[in-house]
Design a protein around this ligand. Structure first.
Ligand code: 4AD
Ligand code: MG
Length: 430
């Protein structure tokens, strides 16, 4: 019977076949301890000379790391084994031998590993992170689908900027045109929300960020809900529910992975809401009190975000940013136009912004004015202006960066490990 390691519990005493790769081998004369991985997990397979005979035992003497193997054996419960089970080997087939696998159990530098990212993802920690990423994405989809949001995806080739012209990637679009890789699906989401009410899009987004930080990728995945008739309070409520449910889901389903990552789970368990809601004005006062140099009107840098979030053990909302530092579509606060109905969610433990969103300008004249003030080409936005011409309503939404969330939940240092193949200013390989 072909089995996957993750399903092995319950197969005690049965003869099974595991198809995978050799992760590690220790030998002590008459016994080989083979750690085999099959993509679903790792398992120790015990091969004794006595049980399999010389003709099987000897070829395994020099079996190298990452050689492909098919192992047959009997499942035995062993409380000392990481998954609770071991395999007593009865047969071994060598499918292909790996020569000099470059990533050995010794320490390697990050550049060395990044150059071999296509192999590095086989390592237990990297697998754990990618499984948690999968769980996060699955939980996000469940959250919106179970609330009857409609998934309506936005295009990746776009004619204009959404999040500012300085971080656009141009692409030659046939002979005569230039397209830009999307920075956010939001503008299309707004149209979709006017058609379908509650929508979300989920896809890759691109920012030509020159910043070389551990929080910035040039290609990242963003989930963006948008809701007709939503206020900024509704937006915060939706974002809070999403984050609480994603964290709970990972805690419930990915214990083993969190353990491999040595994540302090008590910190995640506190993420239950309600999340504190702090105005930008109050946040500025807090920063000043803490001795940071910060003037009203500025945008938060990573140290500011850390200083604000260290007061709390839950994520915190900061709302009401100055209009001048936010995107053209942010609705001004009624009666206080220098402030916008915008909101960011900052993760705890210094992980910084994971969500950005707010309420959108729903007035046609103001939106035209904004497009001009931001030096954006109005022709490219005529379709977007139509949404204010034909049944404009208050509405809002947000974007959540998947890699930022995965990095925080995994408790790792850098976004580059939160995506299979990171794209950064100095990295496009492999
Ligand atoms: O705050 P941002 O720029 O907001 C928007 O794009 C809105 N149009 C979203 C919306 O309202 N529909 O980006 C949203 C989130 C950030 O909070 C962050 O999590 C992530 O996207 N993000 C990045 N993640 C990785 N690398 C980058 N360079 C990122 N830039 C933003
Ligand atoms: Mg933002």
């Amino acid at each position: 019977m072909i089995a996957y390691i993750e399903d092995i519990a319950g197969s005690e005493g049965q003869l099974v076949t595991i198809r995978g790769w050799l992760h590690n081998r220790r030998s002590s004369g008459k016994i080989h301890f083979l750690t085999v991985r099959d993509g679903s997990g790792f398992m120790q397979c015990v091969m004794s000379k006595q049980a399999v005979g010389d003709e099987l035992f000897t070829p395994a003497d020099h079996l190298t790391q990452e050689s492909a193997v098919i192992v047959h054996g009997t499942v035995r419960a062993d409380s000392r084994a990481p998954g609770g089970y071991e395999l007593d080997v009865t047969g071994l087939e060598i499918v292909s031998e790996a020569q000099n696998y470059p990533i050995t159990p010794k320490e390697h530098g990050v550049d060395f590993l990044m150059d071999r990212r296509h192999l590095w993802i086989r390592a237990p920690r990297q697998q754990a992170i990618l499984r948690i990423r999968h769980e996060v994405i699955d939980a996000v989809r469940d959250y919106f689908n179970s609330r009857r949001f409609i998934l309506a995806d936005a295009p990746i080739f776009t004619p204009a900027a959404c999040e500012g012209t300085t971080t656009l990637f141009p692409v030659q679009y046939f002979e005569d045109n230039i397209a830009f890789l999307t920075q956010s699906g939001q503008l299309y989401n707004e149209a979709n929300a006017m058609a379908l009410g509650r929508v979300y899009c989920f896809g890759p987004t691109f920012r030509a960020e020159k910043s070389k930080t551990r929080r910035h990728l040039t290609e990242f995945w963003m989930v963006e809900p948008e809701v007709a008739y939503a206020t900024i309070d509704d937006v915060m409520h939706l974002a809070e529910g999403l984050v609480v449910s994603v964290v709970a889901r990972v805690l419930e389903k990915r214990q083993q992975e969190l353990k491999i990552l040595e994540r302090d789970q008590s910190k995640l368990a506190r993420v239950q809401g309600p999340f504190p809601r702090i105005s930008y004005d109050d946040a500025v006062e807090t920063l000043k009190k803490k001795g940071l140099v910060f003037e009203w009107g500025g945008d938060f840098g990573a140290p500011d975000e850390t200083a604000l979030s260290e007061e709390h053990d839950q994520p915190i909302f900061v709302h009401g940013f100055p209009s001048a530092i936010k995107a053209f579509y942010m609705k001004p606060h009624p009666g206080r136009p220098e402030v916008s109905l915008s909101v960011d969610l900052l993760a705890p433990e210094g992980y910084g912004e994971i969500i950005g969103g707010g309420q959108r300008v729903d007035d046609l004249e103001l939106l035209v004015q904004r497009i001009k003030a931001h030096d954006l080409p109005q022709e490219a936005f005529e379709w977007y202006l139509d949404l204010r011409r034909f049944g404009s309503v208050p509405h809002g939404g947000f974007g959540m960066g998947i890699e930022r969330v995965v990095t925080w939940i995994c408790g790792i240092d850098h976004l580059r490990e939160a995506i299979p193949y990171p794209r950064m200013i100095y990295r496009m390989y492999p």
